[in-house]
Design a binder for this molecule. Structure first.
Ligand SMILES: Cc1cc2nc3c(=O)[nH]c(=O)nc-3n(C[C@H](O)[C@H](O)[C@H](O)COP(=O)(O)OP(=O)(O)OC[C@H]3O[C@@H](n4cnc5c(N)ncnc54)[C@H](O)[C@@H]3O)c2cc1C
Length: 232
């Protein structure tokens, strides 16, 4: 049985690990540590700075349309209210009350609407022609379009100043006392630590790549965790 002082280890500081920590901390748990192999406190979830988890991205599409699966739709509607409240909190903060990389006029969720496109292996003629025409007739608009594989476009994309939602979520976690062990080797999960009780194997902590053992009453693995010996 867990108490509010139980030692909780979360492996993975992506969006699932952060959100798990945030909600556990908000429900009163006081002893939570997130381990991640990426030094997010220095790299700010920037994929151009070595962050290769799924949560580290220039942007994410937020959608509320899930066909007949109402549970996902309801979750998204609930999440939307939280995103908008984070926008409002940021807007009402001063620069010094925000983590590095965020300013009061930044928004984490831009409600710009959804544009649904058909998926295909190649850019279809229609879009190739659209980009060509734009290049010739509306170059300023073309600058806002990015084509994968086009070196100029990819260079422009790198210069965009993105805002990392995980930076804010990590900041909220820290404010609630969540601890972080980040970077290599100290943040790299290498194995579970087991105890054999009544012929049953029980996880009682984790070992990190620096050889340290971290005891835990509960270990949560959040995301696609790679063992140091595995290749990506
Ligand atoms: C290309 C792409 C585009 C996507 N687009 C969207 C989108 O538009 N909208 C949307 O809602 N979802 C999107 N998704 C899905 C979404 O990004 C993922 O569901 C979500 O980010 C998963 O978060 P996570 O925390 O579970 O995993 P991750 O973000 O991968 O976090 C796992 C963490 O574990 C860490 N880790 C791994 N191994 C170890 C180890 N041995 N020790 C310590 N730490 C370790 C990693 O560094 C990483 O930070 C996209 C995913 C991808 C890949």
């Amino acid at each position: 049985m867990l108490s509010q002082d139980s030692q909780i280890v979360i492996v993975g500081g992506g969006v699932f690990g952060l959100s798990t920590a945030l909600w556990l901390a908000r429900s009163g748990h006081r002893n939570i540590t997130i381990f991640d192999r990426c030094a997010f406190d220095q790299s700010f979830y920037d994929p151009h700075n070595g962050c290769d988890g799924a949560s580290a991205d220039i942007n994410k599409v937020f959608r509320m349309a899930y066909g007949k699966q109402q549970c996902y739709q309801d979750l998204a509607i609930e999440a939307r209210a939280i995103w908008l409240s984070w926008n409002k909190n940021i807007e009402e903060s001063t620069s010094s009350q925000l983590p590095s990389g965020l300013e009061p006029d930044d928004k984490l969720l831009h409600e710009c609407g959804n544009y649904f496109l058909a998926e295909g292996p190649e850019l279809c003629d229609f879009y190739k022609e659209s980009l060509d025409l734009m290049e010739k007739t509306a170059p300023d608009v073309r600058k806002t379009q990015f084509l994968k594989g086009n070196a100029l476009d990819e260079e422009k994309l790198r210069k965009i100043d993105p805002k990392w939602a995980c930076v804010y979520a990590r900041f909220l976690c820290e404010q609630l006392g969540v601890k972080f062990v980040l970077g290599q080797p100290q943040g790299v999960f290498s194995s579970f630590v087991y105890e054999n009780a009544n012929r049953e194997k029980k996880i009682i902590g984790i070992k990190t790549a620096d050889g340290q053992r971290h005891a835990a009453d509960l270990v949560i693995v959040a995301g696609n965790v790679i063992r140091p010996s595995e290749k990506r």
